[in-house]
Write a protein that binds this ligand. Structure first.
Ligand code: ADP
Ligand code: MG
Length: 564
């Protein structure tokens, strides 16, 4: 039954559409990249499902993307013979935004267009970008394996609602017709479409064909009709050699797999042969996605086996503290039947994971050394995530710690730009420990009376103000053989730093203040464990310290705040 119904977009779609259309107006041509990207994903998915059920191919295994246009009618059509969609798929994918936390996130937008458009970039543009150039979009689709009569037509002007009706569609897959807005007719042009495909979609592994211009087609009349040629390379990009690929190729491929509008910070492309045989192409994004702290956020690599797409978000190849890494892994060893469950117990996966972790850490190290500014921007985006490393990956903890950057008493302002290697290199003679203080913010820690002695002695102290810091340091224990010491804890071994006169002075002070200490101890009985004469303070008369093995003040306040 050709039941036609009209449904409303989810609120977040409306908001996103509005913002997107305004913030992308100067870059409107990217709609083609997005629609071709989806068509390519749909072909990948069909090929994967056909591994189990080749009836889905319906006798046609040549996957392709066709682009047609009609200048007079002002339309551009993008058609694929991929997996297609059922009526439910259409409602779920072209009426809502699946990403968890989206509504919440959109609720936080400021209304300041400039700021918001930067945030919105984390979403990936996707299907809705069609409405940047079109005032009416028609999607006709049939899921592979379904009867021709079970196809659907989706139609919308992008303004709050869309209609759905059942139609007949002989060929499986999806056809998207864009009715271009007035003024956008430039896109109904063969040359323009071809150059956009070359620019944005050259890396797509499925061949993309573009209709020829009318004159061109007429010229060919009478001549022997040539088989049309794909406009793109139509080859899995990671199988091509590095020397054959440009930065633009890498950048466009990143956008295809990552849902990020921004160019990546850097990438690693490697072919490994030998005991294991695989190719990896890993990217470090320039900007953290809005859901980096969301437990359910998707993470992991796109997994291929022998060039066949297997799954998105294969999480087993990278630890959580590297969850910001995006990319593709193409294995020649794994089975085409591999599942998430199998990946969890596979020895080869463990080896690949270790190798990938090493590759990422090495690349970060190299960037830190050779391009400190670039590294700093990485740290500002992902430092807090990387700090989960020592707890999760004990074996690599020293290497990870080497990548950390901190604000210190000797660095200027709040910028976290001092590495532990720098710290160790400028430790004072006789200094054996790495000193740190934790607190809620820079102002609070940098003015703490606990630092007076260190300032006087010109001893550097790390100023740790991230929530995870105290926990992170407790897993780190030491760096380069130097243990970490909280300056607010226990009896500081300042003797190691004191010269002989200071030691004598301290002794003399202790002797002459014995009575005073006893009296204070009595007065505070039950409130404090002990009272000591200290060399820690220079300006303040007194301060509280916690025992060496007690919870630090920062962690304690956090626990108390959490009701524990
Ligand atoms: P994304 O590609 O990031 O998932 P999009 O907005 O581009 O987001 O697309 C949303 C969803 O719509 C896709 O995940 C897919 O399920 C579906 N879709 C879009 N285009 C096609 C297509 N040509 N064939 C099949 N499904 C599609
Ligand atoms: Mg998409």
């Amino acid at each position: 039954a050709a039941s036609k119904e009209t449904l409303g977009f989810k609120t977040e779609v409306k908001q996103l559409l509005h913002l997107m259309i305004h913030s992308l107006y100067s870059n409107k041509e990217i709609f083609l990249r997005e629609l071709v990207s989806n068509a390519s994903d749909a072909c990948d998915k069909l090929r994967f499902e056909a591994l189990q059920n080749d009836a889905l191919l319906e006798g046609g295994a040549d996957l392709k993307i066709d682009i047609h246009f009609d200048k007079d009618a002002r339309t551009v059509t993008i058609e694929d013979n991929g997996i297609g969609m059922t009526r439910d798929d259409v409602i779920n994918h072209l009426g809502t935004i699946a990403k968890s936390g989206t509504a919440e996130f959109l609720g936080k937008l400021s209304g300041d267009q400039k700021k918001d458009s930067q945030l919105i970039g984390q979403f990936g543009v996707g299907f809705y970008s069609a409405f940047i150039v079109a005032d009416n979009v028609v999607v006709e689709t049939r899921r592979a394996g379904e009867d021709a009569a079970n196809a659907v037509r989706w139609e919308s002007a992008g303004e709050g609602e869309f209609s759905l009706e059942n139609i007949e569609k002989a060929e499986r897959g999806t056809r998207i017709v864009l009715h271009l807005k007035e003024g956008e007719e430039e896109f109904a042009d063969s040359f323009r479409l071809q150059s956009l495909i070359k620019k944005y979609s050259d890396h797509i592994a499925i061949p993309v064909f573009v209709q020829a211009d009318a004159e061109e087609a007429a010229g060919e009349e009478g001549e022997e009709a040539k088989a049309p040629e794909a406009v793109n390379q139509a080859k899995a990009m990671w199988t091509r050699s590095k020397s054959d690929l440009t930065d633009e190729d890498y950048t466009e491929f990143y956008k295809h797999i990552s849902h990020d509008w921004n160019a990546p910070l850097t990438w690693m492309h490697n072919r490994v042969e030998g005991k294991l045989d695989y190719t990896s192409l890993l990217y470090i994004p320039a900007k953290a996605p809005f859901d980096i702290w969301n437990r359910d956020a998707s993470r992991g690599l796109k997994l291929y086996v022998q060039r066949v797409f297997i799954m998105d978000d294969a999480e087993q190849f990278l630890p959580l503290y590297l969850r910001f890494v995006k990319g593709v892994l193409d294995s020649n060893d794994l089975s085409l039947n591999v599942s998430r469950e199998i990946l969890q117990q596979d020895k080869q996966v463990d080896s690949m994971r270790s190798a990938l972790v090493k590759r990422v850490l090495d690349t970060l190290e190299k960037t830190a050394k050779n391009e400190p500014e670039k590294y700093q921007s990485f740290w500002d985006q992902f430092g807090e995530v990387l700090k989960e490393g020592p707890a999760e990956d004990f074996a690599n903890r020293e290497k990870i710690a080497g990548l950390f950057r901190f604000a210190t008493t000797l660095s200027e302002g709040e910028t976290e730009n001092v590495g532990l290697a720098d710290y160790v290199a400028r430790m004072r003679e006789g200094q054996k420990k790495i000193y740190f203080i934790t607190g809620d913010n820079h102002a609070a820690v940098s003015t703490s009376p606990h630092l007076e002695y260190f300032k006087r002695k010109n001893i550097e102290v790390l100023l740790l103000t991230d929530r995870v810091d105290e926990w992170m340091v407790s897993h780190l224990a030491d760096f380069d053989g130097k243990v970490f010491q909280d300056v607010t804890k226990g009896e500081l071994d300042l003797d190691e730093l004191a010269d002989d006169t200071e030691k004598d002075q301290q002794k003399a002070l202790e002797d002459s203040h014995k009575d005073l200490v006893e009296r204070i101890e009595k007065a505070l009985e039950g409130e404090v464990k002990s009272v000591r004469v200290t060399s820690r303070l220079t300006d303040s008369p007194a301060c509280m310290v916690v025992g060496q093995y007690d919870m630090g003040g920062h962690l304690r306040r956090m626990m108390e705040a959490a009701g524990q």
